[in-house]
Design a protein around this ligand. Structure first.
Ligand code: 5GP
Ligand code: MN
Length: 344
């Protein structure tokens, strides 16, 4: 038995709402990752099996290595057909928002979601739940939104409705937000859930290969370049920084997701507990932050780069040049020395 972490009141509310509506749209955050794809598609499979006709709309394209996920071919990308996506959001009875806590994470799709008269349900595991939804199922102590979706479906009495396709999506999301169960993954119930997913026929080894071993040659060469030429270490701060310019990305024929995981690599250096990657985008610098132990990547993201996230995995953005973003990072880094000393 897994513990009942979602309150009975919220389970009943979610169930009654889903039963009473026709048109359901599932949305997640910009730059879809394994958990946003996994939780959205798991919810999609569940609702399909319940006889609904849900639609998943992502604010921006997902990386190729998630294209294998069952149902991914049906995902609509907001930026590829803004008019139709906006209309569908406007006509929806219910919008289920997964894996984010603030509408800002919807990127350019934010207004279309917020302006829709649809009822909104937010299922998420980030700190500081937002208030944009009517029903908020927020559990920051849970490692992935995909796990929360599994728990919610079970609590609604529908474990039997989860099919293999849905189970694969749930597993992929759980795997992805824990780095293949290497961080944030000490809750023993994770493994009870995995055991249930395996019983449904999930091939966890195949899913690992599909997500982590299907990259392009360019990605690997770009990674080599970043580590050899672009990684700067700050030994006195136990930190590392990698920057990627638009020119460099073009040189390696950069595709969405090609830099996924790069930011984690410097953490494998013994002394490094804080790693940051900055990537030049057309209108801003995207900043990814990762840490080990108690060093608060989310505090740094919020204080310095108008972002947030989890203690050990956060993101933010900077409006200005890459040089200025680096300057700001280097200026602020010393302020966080106290967090290192506490770490011992
Ligand atoms: P990534 O570095 O993979 O883009 O993001 C890691 C985590 O940081 C995400 O799961 C999300 O929680 C958070 N995150 C990423 N970008 C942003 C951002 O711009 N704003 C906020 N508030 N959180 C972000
Ligand atoms: Mn997540």
């Amino acid at each position: 038995m897994i513990s009942k972490i979602i309150s009975e009141e919220l389970v009943v509310k979610a169930q009654c709402t889903i039963e009473s509506v026709e048109r359901i749209i599932i949305v997640s955050h910009v730059g879809p990752d394994g958990d946003s794809m996994g939780s959205s598609l798991a919810m999609w499979h569940y609702l399909m099996a319940k006889g609904k006709s849900p639609v998943v709309i992502m604010p921006s394209p997902y990386p190729d290595f998630y294209a294998w996920m069952p149902g991914a071919e049906n995902v609509l990308i907001y930026t590829e057909d803004i008019e139709s996506a906006t209309q569908q959001l406007q006509d929806a009875d219910l919008i289920i928002a997964l894996d984010f806590n603030t509408p800002k994470r919807l990127g350019k799709m934010k207004e279309a979601v917020l302006n829709s008269p649809a009822k909104k349900m937010n299922i998420d595991h980030h700190l500081l739940p937002g208030s944009f939804a009517d029903i908020i199922i927020s559990h920051p102590e849970i490692a992935s939104t995909s796990e929360l979706v599994f728990r919610l479906i079970c609590r609604m009495g529908d474990f039997a409705v989860i099919n293999l396709a849905g189970a694969e999506c749930i597993y992929a999301g759980m795997m992805s937000d824990t780095g293949g169960f290497t961080y944030n993954s000490n809750n023993q119930e994770i493994y009870i859930i995995i055991s249930e997913l395996l019983k449904l026929g999930v091939d966890k080894d195949a899913i690992y290969r599909k997500v982590y071993n299907t990259y392009s040659e360019n990605r690997l060469r770009l990674m080599g370049y970043c580590l050899y030429q672009k990684m700067k270490l700050y030994p006195e701060h136990q930190a590392a920084l990698i920057t990627l310019t638009a020119d460099e990305m073009q040189q390696f024929d950069f595709k969405i997701g090609d830099d996924e995981g790069f930011v984690n690599v410097p953490l494998s250096i013994g002394q490094v507990v804080f790693s940051v990657l900055m990537r030049e985008e057309p209108d801003k610098i995207k900043v990814s932050l990762r840490s080990e132990g108690t060093f608060p990547a989310n505090k740094f993201a919020a204080d310095v780069f108008d972002g947030g996230g989890h203690l050990n995995a956060s993101g933010g953005e900077f409006y200005g040049s890459l040089e200025d973003a680096v300057k700001l990072f280097e200026e602020r880094l010393p302020i966080y020395k106290d967090f290192l000393e506490k770490e011992g």
